[in-house]
Design a protein around this ligand. Structure first.
Ligand code: M6R
Length: 608
């Protein structure tokens, strides 16, 4: 979490570009924000504020700041409340720093520094770093030596950028656990949390490896690896410069990203389907093809995609699949036989819990595969096989297009494995591939008429305090996803349940004030879900049915319904994801919440 950026220019004021970079980094955290520069005398100056970029822009209007070198930070609070005082950059007269990550031993360091007479102004873990480095500079060390002596004292994860008083031509970056990229622009150098932050300024990028330290000077960077040796990291051309990073006329990024799904699903399929043979081909998957068990690890929405993947792979390929959330998996001492395969699903490719699980699996001899949206991310780079979702950058904190892109890849993976393992005939495979290829058009059709979703969300969901989602089979993970989507952007309490589980406890919650959304497409489980819906109705509950015409004809007593086209049951999750997302979106819009940047959240969760 937290977005960081540093810029060093030979010819212009960097503050406008720092703000531009911070705008693109806000998805990483947005509770407080700040910038620091060197004034012409070489002294450090800062502007910081609680709130988002708009608050910082206002502050800079009142109290301008400029400089040819500077740092910027947008925060997602871990230690210390969101406030001006706790906002980065943290500074002393000697240095300023921006930090992404957590310094786990900060309390010990702080206690020691306090006894040595240093004064702290914040409640953050990060502030110890600037004190340590400043203390060493005061003792006479040059900036680089001071940083090199400081880093080994820190425990935890960090991406750090340092700016030093009276050093107009030097930025130092360091990476342990949290990502950092360095960019080469025209007469300027940049360093930041990701390519999005610095890509538009710099055509060429390098990504630091774990343990790297980067000494950035005009036109050059020197990298020192964790052994203390000089290292070279490959330069890549930034693909971000040419991307449309705006809302293209949509009111929110989330809405734009929902509408991009037909294209994204189509593009993802096109990367895998041979246009001549119509057959699927994925990168070589030796790990997966020889394993007798697959572990899938992910967090949040990606974990619901994983669950759908499990249902598909087990049913079609008859391969046992375990799905785990990263934060539990990595600490529960899992039993994994060497030579099996593990798959990690992540939009950002930086989620700390998923990455930790990946590293554990690698140690335990698993073949590592990943489904990731950011190909330069740490998870992507640490995988043996990468399956890229080609969704483009996703700015809305709520995952939408990356969820359906992950599902597209998982569906293809299930088909490829099923064929390889001899459980699917060519004819069956062709039928299911066709069903997949029809999905973009079906989604586009649904998106062409969102009025019923808007009305339902406005009339039945937005006024509710609690909402339940239920579904069976492939619709069960969709119920989980629907509830997560609704609570994260509208702040309405929502829970998803397997429809058959309702009677084992949650049905006690049902009354006339709790809408129950029943995800019930026509599939082999329809009649069972319909019975669960009837059980809710019998208890005075208000049911909202999401299904097709055939299903609707078989049920009654509904508070509301959304009728979708009849589809092949295989592709239910891809199609039904759309109304699930739109219901949450319109409920949030009705409630007037910050849809793209909901409270307390961040897009990329790089802390545990
Ligand atoms: O970047 P990742 O896919 O690894 O992120 C995992 C979760 O943090 C993410 O899916 C989160 O649950 C979304 N905000 C949900 O919309």
């Amino acid at each position: 979490m937290c977005g960081i950026i540093g810029l060093l220019s030979e010819h212009r004021d960097v503050v406008p570009e720092l703000l531009d970079g911070l705008k693109r980094l806000e998805y990483r955290g947005y509770d407080s924000i700040g910038v620091a520069t060197l004034n012409p005398n070489g002294e450090l100056e800062r502007r910081r504020t609680e709130g988002k970029l708009a608050a910082l822009s206002k502050l800079l209007h009142r109290k301008p700041l400029s400089g040819f070198i500077g740092l910027g930070h947008t925060r997602w609070a871990t230690h210390g409340a969101p406030s001006e005082i706790n906002a980065h950059p943290h500074a002393t007269p000697e240095a300023a720093i921006v930090h992404n990550g957590i310094i786990e031993n900060f309390q010990e360091i702080k206690t020691r520094l306090l006894t040595e007479g240093r004064c702290f102004e914040t409640q953050t873990d990060s502030e110890v770093v600037v004190h340590l480095v400043s203390q060493k500079i005061r003792q006479g060390l040059e900036p680089l030596a001071a940083v090199r002596e400081t880093l080994p004292l820190l425990e935890g994860a960090f991406a750090l950028v340092f700016l030093f008083a009276y050093h107009h031509d030097l930025l130092i970056g360091a990476r342990r656990g949290s990502p950092l990229a360095i960019g080469f622009g025209e007469n300027e150098m940049a360093i930041g949390s990701d390519a999005l932050a610095i890509g538009p300024i710099c055509r060429q990028l390098i990504y630091l490896e774990d343990g790297d330290l980067a000494v950035i000077r005009p036109g050059s960077v020197k990298i020192i690896d964790q052994q203390g040796l000089s290292a070279v990291r490959p330069r890549r051309i930034s693909s971000v410069a040419s991307l449309d990073l705006g809302k293209s006329g949509y009111r929110h990024f989330m809405l734009k990203e929902i509408y991009e799904q037909p294209q994204v699903i189509g593009d993802t399929l096109n990367t895998m389907i041979n246009p001549v043979t119509g057959r699927l081909s994925l990168p070589n998957l030796p790990e997966l093809k020889r394993t007798n068990r697959l572990t899938i690890v992910a967090c949040g929405t990606a974990s619901f995609a994983a669950l759908i993947g499990k249902y598909w792979i087990e049913k079609l390929a008859r391969l046992p699949v375990d799905v785990e959330v990263g934060s539990e998996f990595r600490y529960r001492d899992p039993v994994l036989a060497p030579g099996q395969a593990a798959l990690f699903i992540s939009q950002s490719g930086e989620t700390a819990d998923t990455l930790g699980a990946l590293r554990l699996c690698r140690k335990m001899g698993q073949g590592i595969l990943s489904i990731v949206n950011v190909p330069e991310s740490t998870i992507a780079r640490e995988s043996n096989v990468l399956l890229s979702t080609v969704a483009g950058p996703e700015f809305g904190v709520a995952s939408t297009k990356t969820f359906t892109a992950q599902l597209t890849l998982l569906a293809a993976l299930a088909l490829v494995l099923a064929t390889h393992r001899g459980h699917l005939s060519e004819q069956q495979e062709t039928h299911l591939i066709r069903a997949l290829m029809e999905v973009p058009a079906i989604c586009a059709e649904i998106l062409a008429n969102t009025g019923p979703m808007e009305a339902l969300a406005r009339e039945l969901l937005a006024p509710a305090r609690d909402v339940l989602y239920i579904g069976r089979g492939l619709s069960y993970p969709l119920a989980l996803e629907g509830a997560l989507k609704l609570k994260e952007i509208s702040y309405i309490h929502a829970e998803g349940y397997a429809a058959g589980e309702l009677k084992h406890g949650p049905i006690a919650l049902v009354d006339e004030n709790v809408p129950v959304i029943v995800v019930a497409p026509t599939d082999h489980l329809f009649s069972k879900t319909a019975s669960n819906l009837a059980e809710v109705n019998a208890r005075g509950g208000r049911t909202i049915f999401i299904g097709d015409k055939d299903g609707l004809a078989k049920i009654s007593n509904l508070a509301g319904s959304l009728i979708l086209p009849k589809i092949d049951p295989f592709v239910i999750p891809l199609v039904y994801a759309i109304p699930i997302q739109l219901l949450a979106y319109y409920a949030a819009v009705t409630k007037g919440t910050d849809v793209d940047q909901p409270r307390n959240l961040a897009k990329s969760v790089t802390v545990e």
